[in-house]
Structure formats: structure tokens, C-alpha cells
Design a protein around this ligand. Sequence first.
Ligand code: 3JN
Length: 338
Amino acid sequence: MKEYNVAIVGATGVVGKEMRKVLEQRDFPINKLKLLASAKSAGRRLTFKRTGVTVEKLTKDSFRGVDIALFSAGASVSKEFAPHAVKAGAIVIDNSSAFRMDENVPLVVPEVNPNDINSHSGIIANPNCSTIQMVVVLKPLYDKSRIKRIVVSTYQAVSGTGKDAVEELLSQSGRVLSGERKVEANVYPYQIAFNLLPQIDVFIENGYTKEEMKMVNETRKIMGDSEIGISATCVRVPILVSHSEAVNIETEKKITLSEVRKILGNAPGVKVIDDPEKCVYPMPVFAAGTDACYVGRIREDKSVENGLNLWVVSDNLRKGAALNAVQIAELLLERNLL
Ligand code: 3JN
């Protein structure tokens, strides 16, 4: 079997670390793994398959001989360096928002729109974590009956912001528990421990945040339906890993609850966890470290025609980022697109 040279850009970040783990766990056919990061992290030794790999400083010449470059170092790094990677002959799988809405860049969730990958021209975008877990669950329902409208509220873990936010939640929690009344906030505008923030990313003119509009625009692009009505409210909660979402949808035709359960029970990447009588439903602590998008609290919304409510939970670092990126790479191999 052919083996590939893979680079991870942003190798020392929370998603970069998870990418290394997912590549190893799924035994992705790697010849050489290149770990790239800023000058600050260059020289660090990280482990891949029990072998030490030295982190190298990212430069425009980093991509010679690289077949696949997984980018997770933020949109500005992607904008600057992805073109160099493509020029060097690599296929870029980009986890940032830099190219997601670019017409010539496929935005891919392998369970949802795998065929979009066929038309890539060097860059394939990985959607936002909150979008991915929602579309994995909604697409199989959409295929039964078009979804007219989605109203979603998210409960997003701090790891979505990165390492500093994880450390801030832990240290603030410790301080609050030891009796401090007011704790300093550096990463977010306010304390996140024992609190929640109805703001993810910055606000734009329409009163929504960028994260909320990413969910709207990316969902329409991935589902291939620019007419779906979508309204999102994104909230940061004091959770380390796994995003949760309360999702309300209106379908064109009625889908009965038993059909919903059957469809989702057979859907790739989805696990139904729904036994309210036994208090069984998806939760972040159970989803963390696993691969599925979990769905429960499945019930009708009787306040509208053909309304449904769902509760969706998934590990934001895995399916929301690293796993989806590696699945895209696997799809490229499967389809001989590399
Ligand atoms: O906050 C989260 O839970 C997800 C954060 C995603 C994020 C954070 C900063 C910049 C993104 C993203 O993936 O959309 C970006 C970005 O690439 O713009």
C-alpha cells in the first residue's frame, strides 16, 4: 500500500495534537509526518507511533515533498501558507474559516456531501465544529423530507477556543472553589468558570456573532440548499470537551418519530442515545474522546407543523475538527484523488 507524506500545520495546538492522535489511531498510511508550528514551538519533540518527531518552524518552503497538509493554525496562517503548500503539490485540508465559503473550495463532511470532494483544486475546507455535528445528524432526515427551517442553540466547550481557554477554565474553577469571589479573565471577556457567555467569536452588524453566521452559511453550502431558514445562538459553557446543541427543525413532509429513530439509527457517524425514562441521553462527558455524533431527546415540536426537537452532542476536537479532516484525507485515498 502506498504511504504518504503528511504535514500538520499548528501541530502543538489542541486540534493539531488531536490530528496526530487520530492519524495514529486510524493507522493512516504515513511515510513521513512533518509537524509544523510557529517559531515559538519549533524544536519541541512530540511523539508519533512511539517515535519522537521534532516540531519545525512553518515557512513557505515547508511543503516540499508533502502530499497532504492538514492545517489548523487559524485563518490568517491558512491564507498565508496554504497557497505555498498547493504550489508545492500538496493537497490542503484546512480546518479554518479562510476558504470555507470560497466557491472553488469544497466544504466537506464525508457522511454528508462526499461527492463535493471530487471538484477540489488543491484546497478542501473542514467546516466549523458546531456545523459538522449538526449536519451529520440532519442530512439523513433531510434526505427523507427537505428541512425548511432550523433553529439551533449551542453549548460549546472551551477547547473550541484552544489551550489557553482550557487552562483558564481549570485555573478559574480552582480559584472559585477555594473561595475567591472575583477571578481574572484573560481569554474571554468575562469569567467562564461557573458562568456562560452568549458570545462566540465577534459580533457583526446584524447582531449575530461570526460563529452563528458560520453555522448558517456553512450548513446551506454543505446541504446544497441555500433556501434553508437557519437561526443560531452560540453559547460558551464551562465544559472542557464536546459541544452540545438543541436543534429544532421543520420538515416539508411529516417524518414520524419512529421513522426518525430508524433513519438516525442507520445513519453513518450517528449514534442514537435516547431513553428518557431511564435518564439516557447524550452528554459531553460521555462524548469526549469518541467519534460519533450522538443524538437524543428526540421529540415532536407540536407548536408548528412537522416540527422536531433533537439534542446533539459530539467531541468538538474529533468529529468537529481532527477526525473530520482525517476522514477527508481517507476519502481522497479511497477515490484516488491524491
Ligand atoms: O469556538 C469554538 O468552539 C469553535 C471555534 C472555531 C474557530 C475559532 C477561531 C477562528 C474558528 C473556526 O473554525 O471557524 C476560527 C476560524 O477559522 O475562523
